[in-house]
Design a protein around this ligand. Structure first.
Ligand code: IMP
Ligand code: MG
Length: 180
């Protein structure tokens, strides 16, 4: 796997240090709120597991899945493939995401969960790629781990064609890896 990576963008140590910082903020934000932490599968799983352990207050863990990317291009459409199991009406919700790219997925997820009448929704994304944002997307993440340049990245949960999710760092793929 490593030999398909052109450049390591974020090392394990950088990622863990930033997660610890965000954990302090989120611990303060959610003291006494017993939030439902919603992860959007599958890209978030690695980040989710590390992030949630740095939120040092009681929380409920939940997951949803929406239709995803195929290859390197977003289709722009989203469908709920797996709904959350908690009743979030009146609850505080924290959405965890791997990456905020065009903004389609998170905007869809946010609107979908809003209809369930939670007390609040905040968004925490590990990566933000503002250069790719679609015009008309106004939603802003409340917590951003790292703002990254416009490159397709893999690792730490992020895939290309379902591969590379288990790399412990975030890296940029070599162009020839796309054609494999
Ligand atoms: P968005 O709807 O365009 O914001 O993208 C949402 C989803 O696309 C993310 O949750 C990722 O699964 C995927 N995605 C976007 N950019 C990348 C990338 O650079 N590498 C891998 N997956 C990506
Ligand atoms: Mg994804």
């Amino acid at each position: 796997m490593d030999r398909d990576i052109k450049e390591v963008l974020l090392t394990e140590a950088q990622i863990q240090a930033r997660i610890a910082e965000m954990g302090e903020e989120l611990t303060r934000e959610y003291a006494d709120k017993y939030p439902v932490v919603v992860g959007v599968l599958k890209g978030v799983v690695v980040f989710y597991a590390d992030m949630v352990r740095q939120i040092k207050v009681p929380c409920e863990m939940d997951f949803m899945a929406i239709s995803s990317y195929s290859g390197t291009n977003s289709t722009g459409k989203a469908v709920v493939k797996k709904d959350i199991s908690a009743d979030i009406k009146g609850r505080h919700v924290l959405i965890l995401e791997d990456i905020y790219d065009t903004g389609n997925s998170l905007s869809f997820t946010y609107d979908y969960l809003m209809e369930k009448e939670p007390a609040s929704i905040k968004i925490c994304t590990l990566l933000d790629k503002p250069a790719r944002r679609k015009p008309g997307i106004t939603l802003k993440p409340d917590y951003v781990g790292f703002t990254i340049p416009d490159a397709f990245v893999v690792g730490y949960g992020l895939d290309f064609d379902e591969k590379y999710r288990n790399l412990p760092y975030v890296g940029i793929l070599k162009p020839e890896a796309y054609s494999k």
